[in-house]
Design a binder for this molecule. Structure first.
Ligand code: THU
Length: 142
């Protein structure tokens, strides 16, 4: 997709804000909200879901991706991540890999509660994601 409209950015951030309030983050206290925009125009929200066994916790972006894909939507156009940090919320390395599986060039909207917003391509954050084969068939490719 060439560009994200301001309306799409606003909708992604509104959804991420709502889902941030559902974060289960009793260990870190760091609540993250995310939203994924799919080719059908639908939005899927997600939050981080932590666990007493820390590696079993899940990031907000991954929750949103799992919701979209499990509803049969694999064409992801954009993702938003929002937290109450000093800067914008940067997706972690694992999230970048998970997002890149579906669209290595998707838009990433990163924000915080104070109104800071940055929009970049995933390829800027994750230039060469791991793939099993270079010709791997992914949604939106070949
Ligand atoms: N977290 C996310 O949900 N997304 C990110 O991209 C970075 C980190 C969560 C994981 C954990 O629950 C909390 O933030 C602190 O690391």
């Amino acid at each position: 997709m060439e560009t994200l409209t301001q309306q799409q950015i606003d909708a992604l951030l509104e959804t991420a804000k709502v889902y941030r309030l559902r974060a289960y983050a009793p260990y870190s206290g760091f609540k993250v909200g995310a939203a994924v925009l799919t080719a059908s125009g639908r939005l899927y929200g997600g939050c981080n879901v932590e666990n007493a066994s820390h590696p079993a916790g899940r990031c907000a972006e991954q929750t949103a991706v799992q919701k979209a894909v499990s509803e049969g939507e694999t064409e992801l156009l954009a993702v938003a991540a929002l937290a109450d940090g000093t800067g914008v919320c940067l997706p972690c390395g694992v999230c970048r890999q998970v997002l890149g599986e579906f669209n290595p060039d998707m838009w990433v909207v990163m924000a915080n509660l104070s109104g800071a917003v940055e929009v970049v391509r995933l390829s800027e954050l994750m230039p060469r994601p791991f793939r099993m084969r270079q010709d791997a068939n992914r949604p939106g490719e070949g």
